[in-house]
Write a protein that binds this ligand. Structure first.
Ligand code: ADP
Ligand code: 5GP
Length: 214
């Protein structure tokens, strides 16, 4: 029995590990695809245009906003980030759950547009660990890092809006928890449109078997 594919929204304060969890998940699951976001922030060393993000300048980003191309977008840590409608449609159209690693503002817009979306908030095991991970990533200047930590306070308070919360202590355990959530959600009765027909099939077989035996 399998139901329709759905969006899976992963949010977390910067450095909590949502990108790492998403990457692991994509390596392990054929039934999940990644929504590559657009952003106006500069690529980090090693980031590839079209793979990690579509890197756009501000004018191009705003033109796409004006054309209504984004399913959601938001200003985060001083840059703009957004999810293209076409990206979501492409992944869902291929029959895969679409994984969106996006901020709390974007998550609310996705839930409004896709009420069937599953929302997961990733929390670090402690603030000390969050700071350590952010510093070890060496991806931001001192000011950018301070801004991300300042915003983490607001973002953590949004955790209660999410359906699920996963602590990213040990990476493998956190990935396993996210996988379990996806599997469990996929089996919810209201996500199984063909359930009625399948149950009817089982009942008919049962009746035939009963007739044969009596
Ligand atoms: P986010 O996407 O939420 O900003 P990242 O996925 O970039 O966070 O993770 C931040 C840093 O922490 C990265 O250097 C990553 O390798 C590391 N990291 C992520 N998860 C874990 C974990 N469970 N244990 C140790 N380090 C982790
Ligand atoms: P980073 O610069 O560390 O890659 O991402 C910074 C923040 O922007 C993170 O909270 C991340 O989840 C968020 N983000 C990334 N892509 C999107 C997007 O498409 N939409 C929204 N709303 N936020 C995004």
């Amino acid at each position: 029995m399998s139901g329709r594919a759905f969006p899976v929204v992963l949010s977390a304060p910067s450095g909590a590990g949502k990108t790492t969890i998403a990457q692991e998940l994509l390596e392990r699951r054929q039934d999940v695809g990644y929504s590559v976001s657009c952003t106006t922030r500069a690529p980090r060393p090693g980031e590839v245009d079209g793979v990690n993000y579509h890197f756009l300048d501000r004018a191009e980003f705003d033109a796409r906003v004006a054309r209504g191309e984004f399913a959601e977008w938001a200003e985060v840590h001083g840059n703009r980030y957004g999810t293209l409608r076409s990206t979501i449609a492409q992944v869902l159209g291929a029959g895969k759950h679409v994984l969106l690693a996006i901020d709390v503002q974007g998550a609310q817009q996705v839930v409004a547009a896709f009420p069937e979306a599953v929302t997961i908030f990733v929390v670090p095991p402690s603030i000390e660990v969050l700071v350590e991970r952010l510093k070890a990533r060496r991806s931001e200047s001192a000011e950018a890092l301070a801004l991300r930590l300042q915003n983490a306070r607001k973002e953590l308070r949004e955790a209660e809006r999410y359906q699920h919360v996963v602590e990213n202590d040990d990476l493998a355990s956190a990935v396993a928890r996210v996988e379990a959530i996806i599997d469990e959600e996929a089996l919810r009765r209201d996500r199984l449109p063909a359930l009625g027909a399948e149950v009817e099939g089982l009942v008919s077989t049962l009746l035939r078997e009963f007739d044969r035996q009596h």
